[in-house]
Design a protein around this ligand. Structure first.
Ligand code: AMP
Length: 289
C-alpha cells in the first residue's frame, strides 16, 4: 500500500495508472475509519483494479462553531485498517496543499443543497462539493463510492458529476449500523455512555415512520409529528430537522405518493447525528426490524 500526501504526486500516479489501463476506484473519507468506510472499500474493490482512499478532514465543510479541530483523527490505525481491507493508495494531503494561499474557486449547487443539512449548516455542501471535485481531478476515478448515511451529500455528488461532466460513476453504499441499530459514525465516539443510549432515538423515530407508512399513513406531517414527539421525550436530544422529501429533488412532500427519503438530524448533547430511511425500503437504509 502506497501513502501519498502531495496532490501533484497523487495526480501523476493516477494519470500513470489510467494510461496503464487500470480502473481506479475512489473512496473519499475524513478518516477515523469504521465498518461503514470498510464497506465502501469493499464495493470499490469489486469495481476497480486500484482503490484509492482519501483521508482529509476538509476544513471548508465545517462551520465556525463546528468540530473541525476536535474531529477524531488516528492515521496509524486508519492505515492499518486500509492495508487489511486491500486499499492500494491512501491519499492524505494537508489542508495547505489542498487550499494554498490565494485559493478562490468553489463549487456551489443551488437547489438540492438548500434544505435538510444545507439549511442548518450554511456553506457545508459548498465545502463538500469543492473538495470532492478536487479529489476527482487528483485521483481520476472511474468509480467513486459514497455512503447513503449522508444521503443528501450522495445525491449532490451525483448531481455535480452530471452537471459538471465528471467521467465517473457514482456508487451508493448502504448504511452500516452498530448491533443496536445506531448508524456508524466517526462522531459516535463523542457520545457519553448515557448519550450513546439516547442516540437510539434517531432510529426509533425512523421506525415510527416506517410503522405508520406500513399501516397506510401517507400524510407527511402526521409522520413527522409522531417522530418528533418520540424524540422530545429524550433528555439530551434537540431536533435539528425532520423531513420527508422526494428522492430526486429532495423537496418536501405533503402527501407521499412516490419514493421518499425520511431524513433527520438530531443534536445529542453536543454531538450532531444524522440518519435516514428510504420508503419504500430498497436496502439502502438497512433499518433493523
Ligand atoms: P466520513 O468519513 O464521515 O466523511 O464518511 C466518508 C464516507 O463514508 C461517506 O461517503 C459517508 O457517507 C460514508 N459513511 C459514513 N458512515 C457510514 C455508514 N455508517 N455506513 C455507510 N457509509 C458510511
Amino acid at each position: 500500500m502506497n501513502i501519498i500526501t502531495s496532490p501533484e504526486d497523487m495526480q501523476k500516479t493516477a494519470l500513470a495508472l489510467r494510461r496503464a489501463g487500470k480502473r481506479i476506484g475512489l473512496v473519499p473519507t475524513m478518516g477515523f475509519l469504521h465498518e461503514g468506510h470498510l464497506s465502501l472499500i469493499k464495493l470499490a474493490r469489486r469495481q476497480a483494479n486500484v482503490v484509492v482512499l482519501s483521508i482529509f478532514v476538509n476544513p471548508t465543510q465545517f462551520g465556525p462553531n463546528e468540530d473541525f479541530s476536535r474531529y477524531p483523527r488516528d492515521f496509524e490505525r486508519d492505515a492499518a485498517l486500509c492495508k487489511a481491507a486491500g486499499v492500494d493508495i491512501i491519499f492524505n494531503p494537508v489542508p495547505e496543499a489542498m487550499y494554498p494561499a490565494g485559493y478562490s474557486v468553489h463549487v456551489e449547487e443551488n437547489a438540492l443543497s438548500k434544505g435538510l443539512c444545507g439549511a442548518s449548516r450554511p456553506g457545508h455542501f459548498r465545502g463538500v462539493l469543492t473538495v470532492v471535485a478536487k479529489l476527482f481531478n487528483l485521483t481520476l476515478p472511474d468509480v467513486a463510492v459514497f455512503g447513503q448515511k449522508d444521503a443528501q451529500q450522495a445525491r449532490l455528488i451525483q448531481q455535480m458529476a452530471r452537471d459538471l461532466n465528471f467521467p465517473v460513476t457514482i456508487v451508493l453504499a448502504p448504511i452500516i449500523r452498530e448491533a443496536d441499530g445506531l448508524a456508524k459514525s466517526s462522531r459516535n465516539t463523542y457520545l457519553s455512555p448515557a448519550e450513546r443510549r439516547e442516540a437510539l432515538c434517531l432510529q426509533q423515530a425512523l421506525k415510527t415512520a416506517r410503522r405508520l407508512y406500513r399501516e397506510g399513513e401517507r400524510d407527511g406531517q402526521q409522520i413527522i409529528t409522531a417522530m418528533k414527539s418520540g424524540i422530545e421525550q429524550i433528555h439530551s436530544a434537540r431536533v435539528d430537522y425532520i423531513a420527508i422529501v422526494d428522492r430526486d429533488k429532495l423537496q418536501r412532500v405533503q402527501r407521499i405518493e412516490a419514493p421518499i427519503l425520511v431524513a433527520l438530524a438530531v443534536q445529542i448533547g453536543k454531538t450532531h447525528l444524522i440518519d435516514n430511511l428510504t420508503l419504500p425500503e430498497d436496502g439502502l437504509s438497512n433499518l433493523p426490524e
